[in-house]
Ligand binder design. Structure first.
Ligand code: TK8
Length: 337
């Protein structure tokens, strides 16, 4: 009897010790998560990566540790994606555009002028369509956790303000490593050159390319204003970032650990979108004070660009499948009612 009691007490003590850590790795060493990203620490991407790391550490009681590594120190987007697939790196955040070679459905987000505003983008990305596209990554060895905002993209260059379609003629423009972008800007008359983001600043500085396109936040945080004179507000496409996990590594986590990461990714998404939008709201004034000459593309000229890109849109529809394309168009009609 005594022995049984003692065993029970010991078991209860053990259980209570283990309780707060239930489901987490029981070894002394915390799980180390390398979370790579392309921009610098002072960017909206860097701030949100830091927020994500803090959330994970807090929610896991220090059992999971995120090392956020920026400035493409772990490689540009495309290289990190391969490291995640192979299991050599745990996590990253990067552009959906650079994922198209892996999951063709991601090209949906590259559709020029797809969303009219951030509200539409949030609704579609966080809704069933965005989740369906994200789920496609799994068969390729990646787990998507949340879309962050990169933002509406605008053109900068060192040649001239882009006030009409024809101004793009012959401008050597860096684009992301993605066929839709390449095709879009070739169609608009630019001399489009695909380059990883990590090579962009020096390519602009040495005039290897004349221009690039990115949201205001990135033009600021990556100091493109130092090497670009003209900023033309085109809002030609809304660009999402996506938080990715190596599926190889993810499958070895406990359900509790997976939940910590999924919850932190959602919290970081909300933090990041707000921070990005706050910063973007002030960015134009900042960029002007840094010496950039800013012009806004007229609605008529934006319309001409849109018309020119009809062929590109047809190609995206064919590439991602007409069903997904039409479902998205129908959802946008519904949202705009
Ligand atoms: C950062 C990139 C960047 C993107 C680009 O790694 O390449 O222009 O907008 O945010 O993903």
């Amino acid at each position: 009897m005594k022995l049984i009691r003692r065993t029970l007490v010991a078991a209860a003590a053990l259980a209570s010790l283990a309780a707060p850590l239930a489901g987490f790795a029981q070894d002394i060493k915390p799980r180390l998560i390398r979370f790579g990203y392309g921009l610098n620490e002072q960017s909206n991407q860097g701030r949100a990566a830091k927020f994500f790391a803090e959330q994970v550490e807090k929610a896991s009681g220090g059992k999971m540790k995120v090392r956020a590594i920026g400035a493409a120190a772990l490689g540009p987007d495309v290289q990190m994606q391969q490291a995640l697939i192979g299991g050599a790196q745990e996590m990253m955040v990067g552009s959906t555009a650079t994922l198209v070679g892996i999951t063709k459905e991601m090209a949906l987000w590259d559709t020029p002028f797809l969303f009219n505003n951030a509200k539409e983008a949030d609704a579609v990305l966080d809704g069933p369509i965005g989740q369906k596209v994200m789920a496609k990554l799994q068969e390729k060895g990646l787990v998507g956790l949340a879309y962050w905002e990169n933002g509406f993209r605008n053109l900068t260059n060192s040649k001239r303000p882009i006030t009409k379609l024809e101004d793009l003629n012959g401008v050597k423009l860096r684009v992301m490593q993605n066929n839709v972008y390449l095709d879009s800007f070739k169609t608009l008359g630019a001399n489009a050159v695909p380059l990883p983001f990590s090579e962009l600043f020096s390519a602009l500085e040495t005039n290897t390319v004349d221009g690039q396109e990115n949201p205001y936040n990135t033009i600021l945080s990556s100091k493109f204003f130092e090497v670009q004179k003209y900023l033309s507000i085109t809002n030609h496409v809304y660009s999402p970032w996506i938080v990715l996990v190596s599926k190889k590594w993810w499958d070895g986590l406990s359900k509790d650990e997976q939940k910590v990461l999924a919850d932190a990714a959602k919290a970081s998404r909300d933090f990041e979108r707000k921070d990005t939008r706050d910063e973007a709201g002030k960015a134009l004034a900042d960029l002007k004070s840094k010496g950039m000459q800013i012009n806004e593309l007229s609605a008529a000229e934006a319309g001409r660009m849109r018309d020119k890109l009809t062929r590109v849109n047809a190609g995206i529809g064919a590439g991602i499948g007409m069903e997904l394309w039409q479902e998205t168009q129908a959802e946008l009609v519904r949202l705009r009612k």
